[in-house]
Design a protein. Structure first.
Length: 73
């Protein structure tokens, strides 16, 4: 089955079936990677909305975090 929440990083926990506003960088990280088939993308880059809350203010991952072995996406 599919998951109810996709955790891209510490700042982005995206609930299935709900609109989730993201900045341009996150939009590209999702739309231009293997994650693209799992999302619908709305909008374009005609308007800039400024920095999103929590975006760019801290590291999105824990320092020194290691990828777990044996798991692949």
């Amino acid at each position: 089955g599919s998951e109810a929440v996709f955790a891209l990083d510490k700042h982005h926990h995206i609930e299935a079936g709900r609109l989730f506003p993201v900045c341009g960088n996150t939009w590209r990280m999702l739309s231009e990677t293997r994650f693209a088939p799992y999302f619908r993308f709305y909008g374009d880059f005609d308007r800039h909305y400024g920095v999103f809350a929590g975006c760019g203010s801290s590291l999105p991952f824990d320092e020194g975090a290691q990828a777990s072995e044996g798991r692949c996406c």
